[in-house]
Design a protein around this ligand. Structure first.
Ligand SMILES: NC(=O)c1ccc[n+]([C@@H]2O[C@H](COP(=O)([O-])OP(=O)(O)OC[C@H]3O[C@@H](n4cnc5c(N)ncnc54)[C@H](OP(=O)(O)O)[C@@H]3O)[C@@H](O)[C@H]2O)c1
Length: 293
């Protein structure tokens, strides 16, 4: 057994660990390229970005990849197969990995900045007390780039990676263009959903829902990336039964009063399990929790 196959087998063993196997398999392809193996590599990257499988792409989303990408995908597959042996095995490992991932339901992730005393904004809704500079911003921009508002991305010359989230849900107070300088499409790179009990006017590309819980349950049955719960507190309190992951950017500030992390939800403990915490020189910590349910 050669080194590439050893790496591939190692990747297979690790296939439950996030995208690590893909990196290892890709590394093996990069170290030991054969023919046009990079076309298949590109295909794997497309699948990674879309967190989907070839069959899903071909059957449910034929136009999603675009014809050019689709031909690369098909061509890549035959090139892998015709080489036989290890590259094909690598492809199969990647395929199984994505197939398994696509079977995993998408998560609703409440990713939010919060003060030490549990507030996400001032009493008037102003979140500007949270620092936007410091070493934690590297994680915010790189890892959570999909959750950076479109106009901020544009100002910083960034492009949404579309590797974490493909949809965002906001409460009306968070979305309200009147309190956001007229901005009516803050996350233009995502499928934007706004919750309101009222008949609000929103642009065509923004979806209004009167039943955010049902909407989230519906989205979770569809294939796609995770759903970004932007806030605010009231909507988060309503959606708590469907929140799968909490990512708290805890800032070294005490507000005293403000908009609570989960609005005015009544006392009803819901257990979360600590996944990891990263601390930064800026004093910010980013803690991730998974719902215990
Ligand atoms: N720190 C952060 O990272 C962060 C992130 C996001 C937001 N924020 C801040 O949070 C503030 C807003 O928070 P908030 O708690 O006041 O309001 P919110 O959750 O953004 O919006 C509340 C509104 O959403 C609608 N809504 C909520 N639950 C609903 C349900 N079950 N069905 C239908 N509609 C529902 C209602 O709109 P209608 O009144 O139209 O019916 C409700 O008044 C903003 O000022 C923003 O700055 C901070």
């Amino acid at each position: 057994m050669g080194i590439p196959s050893l790496i591939t087998v190692l990747a297979l063993c690790l296939s439950k660990v996030s995208t690590a196997p893909l990196s290892i398999v890709c590394l093996s392809h990069l170290l030991f390229p054969r023919g046009k193996v990079f076309r298949g590599f590109k295909y794997a990257k497309i699948l990674l970005r879309r967190k989907t499988t070839a069959s899903t792409v071909l059957i449910r989303d034929p136009e999603g990849l675009g014809l050019a990408d689709l031909s690369v995908a098909v061509e890549g597959f035959f090139q892998f197969s015709s080489h036989g042996g290890l590259p094909a095995l690598g492809f199969v490992v990647e395929f199984i990995h994505y197939w398994a991932e696509s079977k995993m339901p998408r998560k609703l992730v409440y990713y939010v900045a919060v003060s030490l005393d549990g507030y996400i904004a001032a009493p008037n809704g102003d979140p500007s007390a949270f620092p936007i500079e410091g070493d934690h911003m590297e994680v915010v921009l790189r890892e959570y780039g999909d959750a950076v508002p479109s106009h901020v991305q544009k100002a910083l010359g960034l492009t949404a990676p579309r590797t974490k989230f493909d949809s965002v849900i906001m409460g009306w107070n968070t979305y309200n263009p009147e309190s956001n300088g007229g901005l009516d499409s803050p996350y233009a790179h995502l499928h934007q959903i706004v919750a309101s009990k009222n008949a609000r006017s929103v642009p065509d590309h923004v979806e209004l829902t009167h039943d955010p819980l049902a909407k989230i349950r519906e989205l979770k049955h569809e294939t796609g990336l995770d759903i970004y719960l932007c806030g605010g507190g009231e909507l988060a309190g309503e959606l708590l039964p469907e929140i799968d992951r909490l990512v708290l950017k805890r800032n070294p500030l005490v507000f005293g009063s403000g908009i609570p992390l989960f609005g005015s939800r009544s006392y009803q403990p819901v257990e979360f399990v600590h996944a990891r915490t990263r601390t930064f020189d800026s004093g910010v910590s980013i803690t991730e929790y998974d719902c215990a349910r």
